[in-house]
Design a protein around this ligand. Sequence first.
Ligand code: XMP
Length: 511
Amino acid sequence: MKHVPIVVLDFGSQYTQIIARKLRESGVYSEIVPFSESIEDIKARTPKGIILSGGPASVYAKDAYHPDEEIFNLGLPILGICYGMQLISQHFGGSVIPADHHEYGKAQLKFEKESDIFKDTTDGQTVWMSHGDRVEKIPEGFEKIATSENSPYAAIADMNRLVYAFQFHPEVYHSKEGAKLLKNFAKHICGCESTWNMGSFAKEQIKKIQDKVGNKKVLCGVSGGVDSSVVATLLAEAIGEQLVPVFVDHGLLRANEREQVEAMFKTRGIDLITVDATDIFLDKLKGVSDPETKRKIIGETFIEVFDEEAKKHDGIEFLAQGTLYTDVIESVSVKGPSKTIKSHHNVGGLPDWMTFELIEPLREIFKDEVRELGLELGLPKDMIGRHPFPGPGLAIRIMGDVNKPDLELLRKADTIMLDVLHATGYYETTWQAFTVLLNVKSVGVMGDNRTYDNTVCVRIVEATDGMTATFAHIPHDILETISRRIINEVDGINRVVYDISSKPPATIEWE
Ligand code: XMP
């Protein structure tokens, strides 16, 4: 097994992945393993240190998660975070009790003792607490190294045994110098070096894919989005022609999108298999205006077409997916034994015969890291910076039934809006920008003539992960240009409105 400088034992905290992420930012490679990992498997990674994550349980609960106690006899530095701290206290003979109230929020960390773990960080720094239990009595050999107003044992350590524990969460954003604390643990306590970067991640993943796949074939659905493009590129680097990359054109793409995706793969020497299924999709969508029915039809048809294509290729044993860490809901299961296909909202479940083994090289990284990886693999900058685009495509941006003339109308308006955003620099600073055909007609005047035409809504939002979003405060003169150009240049549209709702309560898409 490969050398892993820091092994993080996961006790189910929703922040566990961020610990690994912060360590990666300081160039230290780490792997997250379930709390139940055997001592042999932990040792096989020849770690220089171990981190025990937080977790939702109480160490005294009947079904509390406990690691193999042997980890405490390895002579390795250990850092416990929150639940991890309570495990350490319990193991070494301290006591843990329920706190009077769940301490939640910011606190000021006051140093009580000099320690390398605090090196180059500030006394009084803000840290973030979230715990229901607290250490009442620290174990023998330990001393408090920091306090906070509500936590007399905000940080404790046994400096001889190199065991450290924080009551707070250094990994979360609100712990202002938390990343440095984790780095200090890795570098100054464990003696790790900063040798990890996206280039080494790419190399590792390529090697992993090669070892796993052997001479078999891998099917990979490509949408033209960042995630699937990065996965396909990584696979192409790893296994060349054993990759079967399938791009289903459902006829609901934006203007020139298919051509752009094809050209990008072509310049990289990847033979993309494009399936033009426009007519199949549009036939099935004819007369359907209910949003959920549209999504269902698109999901099912996508599977049918994909399935049909996959059957043409012999020897496929793997399916590659661009699942990101944010798609993996249950933290404990990230590395857990049960790997199932996520029921994504645009993939309605794969047919039974497609029981391929999954390859998910992005499963443990975040969107911005995927972008960094894409750049590392040489994907063009404009591809990496593309806004997310929903699987059902323009079908959910046309209110009412979907047909070719409306798709054309929407594509024209969309192209103009994107053109203006690119020209003014707002494309890069926003999360998503698109137009919606409202299927609402209104009266207007064009020259001397009365018009009765379509309305288009412009939706531009700012977000960091799409879970919440605010409408972008685009200057009025830019909105005016978008409106004027759409109305002048697109026959059939005489009114443009701007969506000023945020998510929640609205969603980003209209359907
Ligand atoms: P909502 O509209 O739910 O969108 O606020 C949040 C983010 O998800 C995208 N989205 C989808 N992506 N298939 C996808 O692949 C879908 O069915 C789908 N619906 C919404 C949306 O564009 C936004 O980025």
